[in-house]
Design a protein around this ligand. Structure first.
Ligand SMILES: NC(=O)c1ccc[n+]([C@@H]2O[C@H](COP(=O)([O-])OP(=O)(O)OC[C@H]3O[C@@H](n4cnc5c(N)ncnc54)[C@H](OP(=O)(O)O)[C@@H]3O)[C@@H](O)[C@H]2O)c1
Length: 243
């Protein structure tokens, strides 16, 4: 893999992903709003930047052309299907072989088997209601974006972030398939390590069609339950019959 695109590159997660990607030797293309391009001044000689809204299909089409991987920060700003529009454009225009990695939160569920605490459900319902009332975000838009991703046969991974904190890297987060699993109980990840997981997923084909929920590898729940990390079922080779 050589060339990747980061959609939402000027945000906090985006800039961490950019640094990890450059450290790994990728050629990086990015998309951000025009007014945010100045946040990337320090990188301007090392990246190719397309400016525009991240749900602008023409901008996405140009930016992802020829890319082997696309890292997309899904954000539900406004009430105009910003997340779903971004996801759809990436699904439609990324080259067929490209690895597509999307970020979201724990509220997204792939198979409906996640178990949420009462306080989490109450907070989510309140935040969804308030954001829609004030028309600054539509959390259900991120749900719709992920529904479209899950339904696609592209080579996707949806990384579900826990609560985030700043600070130096602690290493690659651990993950589980379902919220409620004991390993995730600490519900905290360094944002720099969320970005590390996103970038590492580009080269990890075992994560294709998975929605890993992540947590910091040094958190108490990760240290207590690390051996519970899920793995794909092993496919045993068929033994030749002796007759
Ligand atoms: N924050 C958390 O606690 C948390 C927890 C779990 C998962 N996540 C997930 O992590 C990812 C990154 O979230 P983050 O909180 O760390 O934020 P972030 O990295 O700073 O990303 C925010 C993104 O939204 C863009 N943006 C901000 N205001 C906008 C507007 N009005 N219209 C259009 N775009 C706008 C930013 O672009 P500009 O640079 O142009 O402003 C940036 O690309 C998201 O997918 C989120 O769902 C976050």
């Amino acid at each position: 893999m050589k060339k990747i695109c980061i959609i939402g590159i000027s945000g906090k997660l985006g800039r961490y992903m950019l640094q990890h990607a450059l450290d790994r030797g990728y050629e990086v293309v990015g998309v951000c709003r025009e007014k945010s391009a100045k946040k990337l001044t320090a990188f301007k000689d090392r990246i190719t930047l397309y400016t525009g809204k991240t749900n602008d299909r023409e901008v996405i089409k140009q930016a992802v052309a020829g890319c082997d991987g696309v890292l997309t920060v899904l954000v539900p700003w406004g009430v105009q299907q910003y997340s779903a529009g971004t996801a759809q454009a990436v699904l439609d225009y990324a080259p067929p072989h490209a690895r597509l990695i999307f970020s979201c939160g724990w509220h997204i569920t792939l198979d409906g088997q996640d178990t949420y605490s009462r306080s989490f459900r109450m907070f989510l319902a309140f935040a969804t209601w308030l954001a829609r009332l004030l028309r600054f975000a539509d959390i259900d838009d991120q749900v719709e974006a992920c529904r479209r991703i899950f339904a696609s046969d592209r080579r996707w991974t949806v990384v579900r972030g826990s609560d985030l904190q700043e600070g130096p890297s602690q290493g690659l987060p651990v993950w589980s398939r379902h919220i409620g699993d004991p390993i995730l109980q600490s519900n905290l990840t360094r944002r720099i390590d969320f970005a590390l997981f996103m970038v590492a997923a580009l080269e990890d084909d075992t994560l294709i069609h998975e929605a890993p929920a992540i947590v910091g590898c040094q958190t108490p729940s990760a240290l207590a339950h690390a051996p519970e990390m899920p793995s794909k079922p092993l496919i045993h080779p068929i033994q030749p019959t002796s007759n």
